[in-house]
Design a protein around this ligand. Structure first.
Ligand code: HEM
Length: 110
């Protein structure tokens, strides 16, 4: 029992570290699409809210009014780069990271 609990803990820690390092935990289906910063910049409102976090693009439109920390925090990211704000507040915390992953729509085109 002791050994398997330890192993499970190690796997979880590894998964969290990997997610935190890349900030791109995401469904495989979305991984093939890519968007420019200019395309993201056009989605800068509560009705169309995209943001860049790390090297990925996220559609946060449906999250604006669901965020436990308030809509204003998400609205501030719409159309721009939310990496610093997200990392600064949530770091590599599990729940925000896994929530974020659900909204990934692709990668950022260079
Ligand atoms: C960009 C995508 C973001 C996602 C997916 C996200 C996700 C979440 C989630 C899941 C929680 C609940 C955590 C829990 O109960 O354990 C939360 C809480 C919170 N978030 Fe975010 N967040 C984001 C951005 C931000 C930003 C940019 C800020 C601030 C600058 C912020 C500030 C907060 C605060 C203050 C809370 C705590 C609310 C409370 O417990 O009263 N969030 N967020």
């Amino acid at each position: 029992m002791k050994t398997s609990k330890k192993a499970a803990g190690a796997v979880l820690t590894f998964a969290l570290l990997m997610g935190g390092a890349a900030l791109t935990a995401a469904p495989a289906a979305a991984a093939t699409k890519s968007y420019t910063a200019a395309q993201v910049a056009k989605r800068d409102s509560a009705t169309k809210c995209w943001t860049i976090i790390g090297r990925s693009v996220y559609n946060l439109t449906s999250w604006v009014n669901q965020h436990p920390g308030g809509a204003d925090k998400i609205l501030a990211l719409c159309g721009g780069n939310g990496t610093k704000a997200f990392k600064g507040m949530h770091g590599t915390s599990g729940t925000p990271m896994s929530t974020l992953a659900q909204f990934r729509i692709g990668t950022l085109k260079k």
